[in-house]
Design a protein around this ligand. Structure first.
Ligand code: PEP
Ligand code: MG
Length: 589
């Protein structure tokens, strides 16, 4: 999104950037750029003699890519940028220069060390040499070396190498993008909030920010170009605004705003342990979505009555091989025991899509959201799937676990998944390992084909859970993490609402429960529709629970049913939003 310069002060002093609201709240602090010089910590590690050639090749590939990038930039520049073009051309030549290129290869070969470290050492030596040159023009060429080596280094390290867990001061992260693997390393005592150039409201990055209760803004477009390391920035996640080097008046205003936000939040939180009952006595169960066991505390503290969605893929990320059955079992058991007798809905592995495994090469796809993701991957890898299912069934002996399969698109997939579950139970029985085989089994409804097949699928499962994040993505053909189409990502699109209602009605007809665990359920303003449609249970990022409970207590179920009927008659999002806004005003009154 564009940057807007504001205030009477010179425009370089205060910059406002508008992005997409990721997670609410306000934080003020120093920026920490994740993929710029001095941020990525380069580690030294030895390379076995047999792999030195491969390491040299890795370096050559990174240099080749850097040259290609430069060539693309040059070809896109207008001719009157001739000075700029000649600098970039000199960078292309520099990247192949003996001093940099030749010496780095020599260092990898002679010292048998990784390419990143070799490059770092060589660049440091060149820099030291340049510093001693009396000619100021030649001395300034050091900047070119640094830019060229940065470009090569970025290609060598790739996004996966960002090491957020090494940050040792309290900062606000500024990054082009953060993968779920990166965000899963975030330590709350270090990271106050984060902003990214890419992503949207339903991207996993914002979901994690909401769960961690730290302000975040996504889809800023060019934040990493405008914000410098250690700049003071304000992140207003509730408005989707970043203010770079704020002036004193802005700082005072935002400190007050942060205080008000915290007070409001505390008031709502105080009531969160009480049940969510409408004014006419309908009680709605509110559950928490978690990615990590550590988030359980947040579910309990915010008044969650169980786990409606345990995203299990995070235990598979940030490591070098698949976790063992015992490792998984220990984690699931911990969650089940801590929450018993409340239910814990464990969703089986939903990797690939935007959560690819670095150690499984089979995951490179040009269109991962439509690729070998979730249940499709698990059915292709029964070894990985059965390991997880056995861990789930074993943990079920310690609490109230439900198993849920993601990304179901057909009856065959449900039947195949159930067969694997039965096989897992059989194997445990044979080995005399304590477990339960009668746990509830459900599926996520997040692909339109599954929604339309609801009547058939309902005969095979104990519950449905509607995943509105993906359902919206696949209904509307909108990539949920693409900021360019974020304005079209509309969970309140009439088609999405109609399909949700259809699934809920089928659930009622067939006598199975219908839950919702997509982000839509965490928006207090949407609650009259969800209650009115007749959902049995909703699950959300834990810190959203207090506000949603607060809203439910102000609603009448009877009136919500009539309201939902009216909403379902609308033909466009503008009218739906208008009706919701009117309803919101009534709730505040
Ligand atoms: C969903 O798609 O709505 C959902 C809850 O799953 P995830 O966000 O993990 O894809
Ligand atoms: Mg999903």
């Amino acid at each position: 999104m564009n940057s807007i310069h504001v205030g009477e002060t010179p425009c370089s002093e205060e910059i406002i950037l508008q992005g997409i609201k990721g997670s609410p709240g306000i934080c003020i602090g120093q920026a920490y750029l994740v993929d710029k010089e001095g941020v990525d910590v380069v580690h030294k590690y030895p390379i076995e003699a047999a792999h030195v050639r491969k390491e040299v090749l890795r370096f050559k590939t990174a240099v080749k890519k850097a040259k290609e990038e430069l060539s693309t930039i040059i070809s896109e520049l207008p001719e009157d940028f001739s000075e700029h073009i000649s600098i970039l051309e000199s960078h292309m030549i520099l990247s192949g220069d003996k001093m940099l290129y030749g010496k780095t290869i020599e260092t990898i070969e002679e010292e048998k060390i990784n390419a990143e470290w070799a490059l770092k050492v060589v660049v440091a030596r060149i820099m030291a040499m340049f510093q001693d040159i009396p000619d100021p023009y030649l001395r300034s060429r050091a900047a070119d070396i640094s830019q060229v080596s940065d470009r090569i280094m970025r290609n060598l390290m790739g996004a996966e190498k960002i090491n957020i867990s090494n940050i040792n001061k309290r900062v606000i992260l500024v990054a082009k993008d953060l993968s779920p693997a990166d965000t899963s390393q975030i330590q709350l005592e270090k990271i106050m909030g984060f902003v990214t150039d890419k992503g949207g409201q339903a991207s996993h990055t914002s979901i994690i920010a909401r769960t961690l209760e730290i302000p975040s803004i996504q889809g800023l477009g060019n934040a990493t170009k405008i914000i410098k390391n250690e700049d003071i920035i304000i992140v207003d996640g509730s408005e989707g605004i970043v203010i770079v080097h704020p002036n004193d008046a802005t700082l005072i205003r935002y400190r007050a705003k942060r205080r008000d936000y915290e007070i409001r939040k505390a008031n709502v939180t105080r009531e969160c342990k009480n049940p969510a009952v409408t004014t006419d006595g309908f009680s709605m169960k509110l559950m928490g979505n978690i990615e990590l066991v550590e988030e359980l505390v947040s579910v309990i503290d915010n008044g969650g009555e169980g786990i409606g969605l345990y995203r299990t893929e995070f235990q598979y990320l940030s490591r070098t091989s698949y976790p063992s059955e015992d490792e998984l079992f220990e984690r699931y058991k911990e969650v089940a025991e801590l929450l018993a007798p409340d239910p814990v809905t464990i969703r089986t592995l939903d990797i690939n899509g935007d959560k690819a495994l670095s150690y499984d090469a089979s995951n490179e796809e040009s269109n991962p959201a439509l690729g070998l993701r979730a249940i499709r991957f698990c059915l292709m890898r029964p070894d990985v799937f059965i390991t997880q299912l056995k861990a789930i069934l074993r943990a079920s002996a310690y609490g109230n676990i439900r198993v849920m399969f993601p990304m179901i698109s057909s009856l065959e997939e449900v039947l195949a998944a159930r067969k694997h579950l039965q096989d897992a139970a059989m194997a445990l029985k044979k080995a005399n390992i304590p477990h339960r085989s009668d746990i509830e089994m459900g599926i996520m409804i997040e692909i339109p084909s599954a929604a339309f097949m609801a009547e058939t699928l309902a005969d095979e499962v104990d519950f449905f859970s509607i995943g509105t994040n993906d359902l919206t993505q696949y209904m509307l053909a909108i990539d949920r993490s693409n900021r360019k189409v974020a304005h079209l990502y509309q969970p309140l699109h009439p088609a999405v609402l109609k399909i949700i209602k259809y699934v809920v009605d089928i659930g009622k007809k067939k006598g199975i429960k219908v839950f919702m665990c997509g982000e839509m359920a965490s928006d207090p303003s949407v609650l009259p529709i969800l209650i009115g449609m007749g959902l049995d249970e909703i699950s959300m990022a834990p810190q959203s629970i207090p506000a949603v409970k607060d809203r439910i207590r102000k609603l009448s179920r009877k009136k919500s049913v009539a309201f939902a009927e009216k909403i379902l008659k609308q033909t466009n999002i503008t009218d739906i939003n208008r009706l919701l806004a009117q309803e919101d005003v009534k709730a505040v009154d």
